[in-house]
Ligand binder design. Structure first.
Ligand code: PMP
Length: 412
């Protein structure tokens, strides 16, 4: 029986163990409603791709088929094209991850977005019951990849300077005391999703030392590092260590997510296994998408484009922060990101951001409730607010609606 709304599933007892715990992301369900035109969506994580020079991108894409169709429309190799891997090394060198640190095209694996990179790392290192230590809150797609590998996620608290080193030490001790094996620290040190905070310069070294001492690998996820509004971010962890640090990034936020091109820079010994695992999943990344990103990086003013993304997002962040300050009831607070796409807000005591979603949607504003960013049910008082997608006026209107919903909750 498959009537609408029916949750009966005739296949329930046939699923593999790892599938049984899988549930639809609350966030994805929310996006269907949030995308209605009358709703101001502060919910998504979409970059503002309309800021791209669409005519020039269109022409570039057409030429890729017309002039180079024999390769761009063909299969490629599992690791990704050498041309793109070389360009990726140039991009990483901008943030200090260079050849002196062993960053070479040989050790780059091109992936279908940063998301496949996360899934590959999970497949390579996680057995059922293994532990991943991650910031709390953390990226929902990473939680999905780790949970699909049947790993347990132990969260480490953050403050305005990012992950708290003492809390990381405590988490490592607690996992070991429980007789479990922590395999890696998953961290988004720069302009974190969803918290919007950045791991401070002094803490970067501390975190690396703690992980080294504990024999913990580091999976550094850095989609937003190039999107700072207040000067350059501290150098990535991978720019400080070559051993034991995996660096993951993507062109989704610096160019466009539609191409689905990301990468992993892996220690040399691991790179081959990553390629084998990736071939088992996808055979090879899209030749066309890789050619598009390569052409974009080679023949278009991509640094200018990055600058324009930064300026647009800074204005939108300012609109969000200013209106939060003006409108949100006392007792609420929020982070002040120096880059990236998100603000993490906390509601006044006693309010539940998830329970408030239907009221917010009736008031035509959408956000993502905080619980989706934790593996352990934490985050009930939190919400993630995106500022990359909507224009400043829409953002202000969204906060006006949100603030009035919070006021009503407080008076109930
Ligand atoms: N990591 C983080 C922290 C992200 O925020 C995202 C996208 N929102 C990704 C990875 C995956 O990005 P994509 O697959 O689009 O490259």
């Amino acid at each position: 029986m498959t009537g609408s709304g029916t949750t009966l599933d005739d296949y329930t007892d046939r699923y593999a163990q790892r599938v049984r715990g899988m549930t639809a992301s609350e966030i994805r369900a929310l996006f269907a409603v949030a995308s209605r035109p009358e709703v101001v969506s502060l919910a998504g994580g979409a970059p503002y791709v309309s800021a791209l020079p669409l005519d020039a991108v269109g022409e570039m894409l057409g030429r890729l088929a017309l002039d180079h169709g024999a390769t761009t429309l063909q299969y490629g190799i599992g690791q990704g094209t050498l041309e793109l891997r070389e360009r990726i090394c140039e991009v990483m060198a901008l943030s200090g991850i260079d050849g002196d640190l062993g960053a070479s095209p040989e050790d780059v694996v091109v992936t279908v977005g940063g998301q496949q990179a996360l899934d590959l790392v999970a497949r390579l290192f996680l057995d059922p019951g293994d532990v991943v230590i991650a910031e709390g809150p953390t990226y929902v797609g990473a939680l999905g990849a780790f949970q699909a590998a049947q790993a347990e996620v132990v969260h480490v608290a953050m403050d305005d300077d990012g992950l708290i080193p003492e809390a990381l030490e405590a988490a490592i001790t607690q996992v070991a005391a429980a007789g479990k094996r922590a395999k890696f620290l998953y961290t988004i040190p720069t302009y974190q999703n969803p918290a919007g905070v950045t791991l401070s310069e002094p803490r970067r070294e501390r975190v690396l030392e703690i992980c080294e001492r504990a024999g913990l690998l580091v999976v550094e996820d850095d989609p937003y590092g190039q999107l700072g509004f207040e000067g350059d971010a501290p150098a990535p962890l991978r720019a400080r260590r070559r051993d034991g640090v995996f660096y993951l990034s993507t062109f989704s936020k610096t160019f466009a997510p539609g191409f689905r091109v990301g990468w992993v820079l892996a220690p040399h010994a691991v790179r081959e296994k990553l390629v084998i695992a990736s071939e088992a999943q996808i055979l090879c990344p899209s030749a066309y998408a890789q050619a598009a990103v390569t052409a974009y990086l080679t023949s278009m003013p991509w640094r200018e484009q990055l600058k324009s993304y930064r300026e647009i997002y800074r204005d939108r962040r300012d609109a969000l922060l200013d209106s939060l300050t003006q409108l949100m009831p006392e007792g609420s607070h929020w982070t002040r990101p120096a880059g990236g796409l998100f603000v993490w807000a906390t509601l006044p005591d006693g309010l539940d951001a998830k329970a408030m979603v239907p009221r917010a949607l009736s008031a035509r504003v959408a956000y993502v409730p905080g619980t989706g960013f934790y593996a352990d049910g934490d985050g009930t008082a939190n919400l993630r607010l995106n500022f990359s997608f909507s224009a400043p006026d829409r953002i202000r209107e969204g906060v006006r609606r949100l603030a009035s919903v919070v006021e009503q909750e407080l008076s109930m």
